[in-house]
Ligand binder design. Sequence first.
Ligand code: NI
Length: 137
Amino acid sequence: MTVYLTRVENFNAAHQLWVDEWSDEKNMEIFGKCANKNFHGHNYKLVVTVKGSPDPMTGFVMNAKRLGDIIKTEITEILDHTNLNLDDNFLPEGIQPTSENLVIYIWKQLAPHLNNCTLHRVRLYETEKIYADYMGE
Ligand code: NI
């Protein structure tokens, strides 16, 4: 039996979406307010779901506290209160700091730290109305 367990963590970070080869007008047209030159912040909500069979003794797919600790150590404490463009400590150089790209790199960072269960989905809310999902494909 496969059961899905989800943990939610939060972080705040700043970014700017921009393509140097484009004009200011085109950047504003494509990225809107996310192209603002002086950066801006988002209150990100990170939703991580793992899947596995509940352990016969504990009944856990994994310890949810431990999942929270892994997410904090590997992701939110690294990204919190950073500038995703300038503080080059998570996304490789040249990767646009969108939620779509962040979920891919968050997945890569988390996956090796799980045992007895596997990652099912990484979901990142950039606003209450916009989120990106990555499921490892
Ligand atoms: Ni933005």
